[in-house]
Write a protein that binds this ligand. Structure first.
Ligand code: OAD
Length: 255
């Protein structure tokens, strides 16, 4: 099949599916100007994950870690959701059972108005007491940009607060994991803009396939997931999703 035929075939499946689960990664936010992690321009080319995105890194140098997160918050605060976010948000309002599991911590899916977002790796816009002091909630919203103090303090114990994200070596919140796993029972599972190398997120695809879902990928390049999906479409998420929406959306006459 040509790329155009594959897109049309996927559009037909999307139009017919009543239970859709989408997993997204950094590629979905690339068109909003947010750098991805891997690849030539990726953040992990310029920064080392173990110095910035681990509990050990935070313990060693909370200021350095926070400066990196504060920079990312500033970048995202200036960004806008792109067409990929918009199309997924439209599906979340139209498809009877729709779940969006995102590895992104930028909040752009929520800003686009997406319903039923599972934030697999947490949020840049939440913080938590690093000492988990008994009076503090597990996490709380904080959208201050720029931060008044680096690192910000826990208002309850005065100790350092940490970003409300999942770092390497940390488990996924059990409630979040359960929400993602229950969404694997779907007709169509779509993975978009993720290199599919970070587990357990990358393992969701196999779970959906085992449950009988039709599986598809939209990504700029071939990934670890490409050989495993029923259809892999090479292209930019914002272009391919726009094309699909033109075929299946209200203007396309379906749903
Ligand atoms: P990656 O940077 O690993 O992968 C992004 C993918 O998006 C790559 O395969 C790119 O080819 C693709 N891509 C880039 N621009 C695109 C576009 N416009 N349209 C479609 N695809 C595009 O990011 P993630 O897979 O999200 O975790 O990374 C997973 C996790 O690793 C992140 O959540 C983060 C990171 O380390 C933690 O920090 C715990």
């Amino acid at each position: 099949m040509t790329a155009g035929e594959e897109i049309r075939a996927l559009a037909v499946r999307i139009a017919r599916a009543s239970r859709i689960t989408v997993v997204t990664g950094a590629g979905v936010s690339a068109a909003s100007g947010i750098p991805t992690f891997r690849g030539a321009q990726g953040l992990w080319r310029r920064f080392r994950p173990e110095q910035l995105a681990t509990p050990e890194a935070f313990e060693k140098d909370p200021k350095l870690v926070w400066e990196w997160y504060a920079w990312r918050r500033e970048l995202v605060a200036r960004a806008r959701p792109n067409r990929a976010h918009e199309v997924l948000a439209a599906w979340s309002r139209r498809v009877p059972r729709f779940t969006l599991v995102t590895q992104n911590v930028d909040g752009l899916h929520e800003r686009a108005g997406t319903r039923n977002v599972v934030r697999f790796h947490g949020s840049l816009w939440e913080i938590a007491c690093a000492r988990r002091c008994p009076r503090s909630p597990r996490r709380w919203p904080d959208e201050t940009v720029p931060l008044r103090e680096v690192p910000p303090r826990c208002p309850h114990c005065g100790g350092p607060a940490r970003p409300g994200v999942v770092w390497f070596g940390e488990p996924i919140d059990p409630d979040v994991l359960a929400a993602a796993q229950s969404a694997l029972d779907c007709d169509l599972f779509l993975t978009v803009g993720t290199s599919a190398v970070v587990y357990p997120a990358a393992g969701l695809l196999a779970g959906a396939a085992r449950g009988g879902a039709f599986t598809a990928e939209i990504n700029l390049e071939e990934t670890e997931a490409s050989p495993a999906v029923d259809v892999a479409i090479a292209g930019r998420a914002e272009d391919v999703l726009d094309e699909i929406e033109r075929l299946v959306g209200p203007v396309g006459g379906r749903r």
